[in-house]
Design a binder for this molecule. Structure first.
Ligand SMILES: Cc1ncc(COP(=O)(O)O)c(C=O)c1O
Length: 336
């Protein structure tokens, strides 16, 4: 049993995922990769671990429609649409783009959203500020038509969704049993985009006392900044404690957020970040994505060049995102 108060979970992800040693290295730092990009194909990535709990709640509430929101190439929105369909529900996605009158081409995740029949509501970037109101209005419309809506928040990042990475952290603790010892520390590193993955990992690390085994956790934020995410992660952890008395008792000082690698901004890539994606692909045959994993991994490489002892060994969680790569062929072709 994961925890006596673990909420209901619907199995959606292929887990446990594999852990494998990378040939790619920086100096003497050894890299391990936790293949959470193998949690599924249509459901690929970290989001499906959160959706196991969120969709279980939707099912218990007998939802007919699942509503969520994200960027135009949202991995979370795509995974939610597929999870909904697999469980016999419809999906409504609120996606932001430059010009809703001329929505982006159906490539990458959007192609899959369209293929699975998600209803897409395009909104402007300024309207994104009102996303919670828009989610509530979409729910109201579905209710008026006789349906039962269930809202999944941005990124699936709330207290319920964070259980997905408490569970993953226990999986990692087993994976790392042979690698980590207080004498040879390992840092579990993840790309942070809305905080849910981080909240689950930090709670899991505290709950399973992984620091005693030399295992630390660090996020690399791909948008916003350190303070924003410490606050976002603390909010999720506090909500989870209030609801389930988990006993992790996370404090702000437990959260290591490696800031300074957002680069040109969310979902914007610099050539050196794309070059790191190419290099990892050529050394190990593993594809990182430009928005999350490639940017965060490049951040780790940059930190190690400044301070080779920053992390000990690195266990990088590959949280998925490959479909987004197919929406950015021009930028990538430049570094091939
Ligand atoms: C591929 C990928 N990696 C990492 C993240 C970040 O996870 P979180 O939103 O839980 O911080 C996301 C989503 O935002 C993602 O799609």
């Amino acid at each position: 049993m994961l925890h006596p108060r673990e909420p209901t979970r619907v199995p959606l992800a292929n887990q446990p995922t594999r852990m494998h040693a990378l040939r790619f290295a920086v100096g003497n730092t050894k890299f391990w990769l936790k293949r959470d990009d193998h949690t599924g194909s249509e459901l690929m990535g970290n989001k499906v671990r959160k959706l196991e709990y969120l969709m279980a709640e939707a099912s218990l509430q007998e939802a007919t429609h699942v509503i969520t929101c994200g960027g135009e190439q949202s991995n979370h929105a795509r995974a939610t649409a597929f999870a909904a369909t697999q469980l016999g529900m419809k999906s409504h996605l609120i996606l932001r783009c430059d010009d809703p009158a001329n929505p982006p081409a159906a490539t990458g995740n959007i192609l899959l959203d369209r293929l699975v029949g998600a209803q897409i509501q395009w909104i402007t970037r300024p309207a994104w500020r009102d996303r919670n109101r828009l989610l509530a209005e979409a729910a109201e419309r579905i209710r008026a038509e006789g349906g039962t809506p269930y809202i999944v928040p941005e990124g699936g990042s709330n207290a319920l969704g964070s259980w997905g990475y408490i569970r993953a952290m226990r999986e990692l603790a087993d994976d790392l049993a042979t690698i980590a010892s207080p004498a040879a520390p390992v840092t579990v590193v993840y790309a942070c985009g809305s905080g849910g993955t981080g909240a689950g990992l930090v709670m899991g690390a505290k709950l399973f006392r992984l620091a005693d085994r030399g295992i630390r956790v660090a996020g690399v934020n791909v948008c916003d900044d350190r303070d924003y995410f410490i606050n976002a992660i603390m909010t999720i952890c506090n909500d989870a404690e209030a609801r389930w008395q988990i006993g992790a008792n996370v404090k702000p000082e437990d959260i290591d957020m490696v800031d300074g690698h957002v680069g040109l901004g969310y979902a914007k890539s610099r050539p050196e970040e794309l070059a790191t994606i190419r290099d990892v692909c050529r050394s190990d045959g593993v594809v990182l994505d430009p928005v999350y994993t490639g940017k965060a991994f490049h951040g780790v490489v940059t930190e190690l060049r400044k301070d080779p002892n920053r992390f000990g060994s690195v266990c990088f969680i590959h949280t998925g995102g490959m479909f987004g790569l197919f929406a950015a062929p021009e930028a990538l072709s430049k570094i091939l």
